[in-house]
Design a protein around this ligand. Structure first.
Ligand code: HEM
Length: 403
């Protein structure tokens, strides 16, 4: 450690407003872009906040996801509770195992399957809007729209029955929470693993046009346990991420209504740009991506020692002027940026094309159906998920009829 560092601090999580990351990130980027970070388990690692450095960490094979599998900047897992990875849990693996599983899955996220999902996403979104309209206002947009749309789309992708949605929602909340006791987390993973193993078995009997069926019927040498292990992160990552980005994106558009113009026209590129800008600006994976150094590595001039844990902050990187000019302004007309909201490198989001479809159709159809959509409570009353892996809002009360 050089003597230019402040004492190790904990990860900044306190926000000054709903849509912006903690103010402290700006100072860190400018003054201490690779700073010492104290973890809840007592160890000291690093926090990386500049765009180029975050990209470099995520692309560098000397940084391991496996080594960081028990580390979190907001919760400690006691050593006796650190289990091994379930088979197929590729998101916590490094090359070459990660590459092998990921390749098999990329083969399932085909252009054909993603295209075929577009009309299904449209049906799902419009189905939920019909229900919202029937039930009437005010409505909680998270409960009535974001969660069910995300759940239905992931259930469709994986071939999971919609009847199991509530169970999946509960398990997901437990697993994504930063304060649930570790014993609860393990119980939730065990329950979900059993559920998925049963589902895989059922797909042998009755395959459908979904990803689990594709893996079950493919000539890939995968065991049922591995397929269940591969499905688990797909289900959890996909559901939670899509739901939070839907809810938070709507809040951003309601707070900055001059950004809504692309959704009122038919320009597909303008709508794609709107989605990209919301992804960049809001960066819902706000606690950072976490890696462990396999050997000594220099990052932004600092020496990260073998075994040390690094938090690469996507939220800080996406607000760095190296990412785009005037990064703290939400500007849906700015055109494509190389933002890092889906991560970077070998673990970059596998579901990003699907996520883009869900967000575009979701925002567009919602504001078409309810052009007068507005918040039904003052913004100060909106409760945010500062402590969760995925940032977002717990509830978003809205109304839509003429006042
Ligand atoms: C707006 C929605 C989404 C956001 C912001 C998002 C963000 C991310 C980020 C930042 C990563 C990288 C994590 C890391 O490097 O440690 C990631 C990985 C991943 N995402 Fe997403 N995601 C979204 C939607 C989805 C969806 C819909 C799916 C599935 C259908 C999905 C599946 C995955 C998987 C499987 C990985 C791990 C890939 C690997 O380790 O190789 N995500 N996502």
């Amino acid at each position: 450690m050089t003597d230019t560092h402040s004492a190790p601090a904990t990860l900044p999580t306190r926000r000054s407003d709903l849509l912006n990351p903690p103010e402290e990130y700006r100072r860190l980027r400018e003054e201490e872009p690779v700073s010492r970070l104290s973890f809840p388990d007592g160890t000291v690692g690093w926090l990386v906040t500049r765009y180029e450095d975050v990209r470099a960490v995520l692309a560098d094979p000397r940084f391991s996801t496996y080594l960081a599998r028990h580390s979190s900047p907001v919760r400690a897992t006691p050593p006796e509770e650190r289990g091994e990875l379930p088979p197929g849990h590729f998101i916590s693996m490094d090359a070459p195992d990660h590459t092998r599983y990921r390749r098999l899955l990329t083969g399932q996220f085909t252009v054909r399957r993603m295209r075929a999902l577009i009309p299904r996403v449209e049906q799902i979104v419009n189905g939920r809007l019909d229900v919202m309209e029937q039930v009437g206002e005010p409505a909680d947009l998270v409960e009535a729209f974001a969660l069910p749309v995300a759940a239905l789309v992931i259930c469709e992708l994986l071939g999971v029955s919609y009847d199991d949605r509530e169970y999946l929602q509960e398990v997901s909340e437990t697993l994504m929470s930063s304060d649930a006791p570790t014993s609860e987390l393990y119980a939730a993973v065990a329950g979900l693993s059993t559920y998925l193993r049963d589902l895989v078995r059922a797909k042998h009997e009755q395959p459908g046009d979904d990803i689990i069926s594709g893996l079950v019927t493919g000539d890939n040498g995968l065991t049922d346990e591995e397929i269940a292990g591969m499905a688990l992160p797909l289900l959890l990552a996909g559901y939670d991420a899509a739901a939070n980005m839907l809810g938070l994106g709507v809040l951003a558009l309601l707070l900055e209504p001059d950004q809504l113009a692309p959704l009122r026209g038919d320009d597909q590129v303008a709508q794609d740009n709107l989605v990209e800008e919301l992804l960049r600006y809001l960066t819902t994976v706000h606690l950072g991506t976490i890696r462990g150094a396999k050997e000594d590595v220099r990052v932004g001039g600092e020496l990260v020692r073998e075994g040390e844990i690094v938090v690469a902050s996507l939220a800080a990187a996406n607000r760095d002027p190296q990412c785009c000019p005037d990064p703290d302004r939400l500007d849906v007309t700015r055109g494509r940026t190389s933002h890092l909201a889906f991560g970077h490198g070998p673990h970059q989001c596998l579901g990003q094309q699907l996520a883009r479809v869900v967000l575009k159709v979701g925002y567009r159809e919602l504001f078409r159906r309810f052009p007068g959509l507005r918040l039904a409570v003052p913004p100060e009353e909106i409760d945010t998920r500062d402590d969760k892996v995925m940032y977002g809002v717990y509830a978003l009360p809205v109304a839509w009829s003429d006042q």
